[in-house]
Ligand binder design. Sequence first.
Ligand SMILES: Cc1cc2nc3c(=O)[nH]c(=O)nc-3n(C[C@H](O)[C@H](O)[C@H](O)COP(=O)(O)OP(=O)(O)OC[C@H]3O[C@@H](n4cnc5c(N)ncnc54)[C@H](O)[C@@H]3O)c2cc1C
Length: 570
Amino acid sequence: MSLAKALDADQRADALEHLAAGELDVLVVGGGIVGVGAALDAVTRGLKVGLVEQRDLASGTSSRSSKLVHGGLRYLEMFDFALVKEALEERGLLYTRLAPHLVRPVPFLYPLEHAWERPYVGAGVALYDGMAMTGKYDMGVPKHKHVFRKQLARMAPDIRTEKLHGAIRYYDCQVDDARLVMTIARTAANNGAHVATRTKVTGFLREGDRVVGVSARDLEGQRDLEIRAKVVINAAGVWTDEVQDLIGGEAQLDVDASKGIHIVVPKDRIRSECGFITKTEKSVLFVIPWDQFWIIGTTDTAWDYDLAHPAASKTDIDYLLGHVNRLLKDPLDHRDVIGVWAGLRPLLKPMRKEGEMGETTKLSREHTVANPVPGLVLVAGGKLTTYRVMARDAVDHAIRDFDATPASITDRVPLMGAWGFEARTNQRVALSRSSGLDIGVVDHLLGRYGGLVDEVLALIDARPDLGEPLEGAEHYLRAEVLYAVTHEGARHLDDVLARRTRVSIETFDRGITAARPAAELMAGALGWSDAQLEDEVDHYLRRVEAERQSQLMPTDQEADEARVKAPDIV
Ligand SMILES: Cc1cc2nc3c(=O)[nH]c(=O)nc-3n(C[C@H](O)[C@H](O)[C@H](O)COP(=O)(O)OP(=O)(O)OC[C@H]3O[C@@H](n4cnc5c(N)ncnc54)[C@H](O)[C@@H]3O)c2cc1C
């Protein structure tokens, strides 16, 4: 059994104590991918680091992406070669070294509607693979391949091939985004970072011009604290403008929110060996294999409502169904939709005048680091895939006035669970025999916990009922709910059903049946009273209902009004 540090209630209490005492080198605001990446980068350079997140880890955009670790084929068309190359290098690094247990290759078909597309798209995909092969790290995934019409019909029998001129198959990678964030946070904590969730920054501490820390509120303990730090890195995603407002004066970054939604349908509704990517008027449509499901996304529209609970409207869902149905022999409809989520892209905008709304699709996905006042670094934009580069750049900026500090080493810091993953995978048959779990279940656990699978198996060994499937979400084990609380920082039912597992988007009832059994498993570990347990279940059911109602609404405004009826539980 490993001695890996757990994110649990004691760790949170300990982190808050350390944050309030003494001076940190770097305090990071925001527990999305960029924030946790910055915390890991800084702490592994030998700095004293804290991180505060106002809600759960990855509760913002970083649990709501398309979950692709990719170069972004479409950015090639925009001639954004540097961005694509950098992202492809990060893809290779994550898949082959940093998180081989979490990142996996996905084959995509790019259907060709016109004969002239074959040389055009073929050249683009060849360039894409070429960039990955000549990058700093291994490419890791197979090369692209031309597919002709008959072969396409065999590979994807449910696709309308009669008007197609074949396809090109290429590979990208995917990851459970929320799990990646939690794993990076845990790796940072394991290296000594003080990570506290449900802790909201409410203001900045100033000495003259300089930011010397933040005032924050521990939302669970209902107490205010001051956290002093030589530098604060703000990685607040679409909340960047709000945090900038706390320092007053001239803002340096203008971050807009662009909404993208996804729907989930059962795997058997589309028979295909590969996912798909096709162009739409504004962007691209992805059909992505995801365990026993397909993820279909995404949209790209400006969002001016609640940042914490972006809502998908009926119009958004209709848009996706309309586009995917152009590809399919047997069209999908609303009854096929198992799960839906909406996320907000933090898009950097050139500074603009008040009241102007711009087209969001054309804004840059690249990141920017700014330094509006001494002691404060802002980082925003970018992609999930390139979090490590953003984090490195932000920390490089933050330490400019420090005495000699080592350069970033995160390209050599495998995330927790990476170590032991290959060995445990080779031992999967033996693990299945010794644990009594089906080999498919062992594979599922390896793909979520990697080398830390031993910790989950130890829970089951001590309490065999935990080796049973979770009622209402049988593709997860009961042990995974408990482990989410004891090792992965989950504090509420929502954290477990929406982020540590993806029950909320992977079951037709959106986790309603699983809610009570999961809450009962959590209650013991978190010391909930009966009333708290009921409150958690009730809150979760209200959240599901609010989301369902919002998805029946034609406009964003009505969808937002329906969704905000179920606020967060703290
Ligand atoms: C629909 C969609 C699809 C996408 N698909 C992909 C993809 O497939 N691949 C890819 O590489 N990228 C993708 N992206 C982009 C990627 O998801 C984002 O760039 C990334 O998740 C942003 O991370 P972040 O850390 O900047 O923001 P967030 O994840 O939003 O994190 C910011 C955090 O700051 C916290 N915070 C805010 N204010 C405070 C405060 N006052 N105190 C404490 N905490 C605070 C918030 O609660 C939040 O958790 C996609 C984005 C969207 C929306």
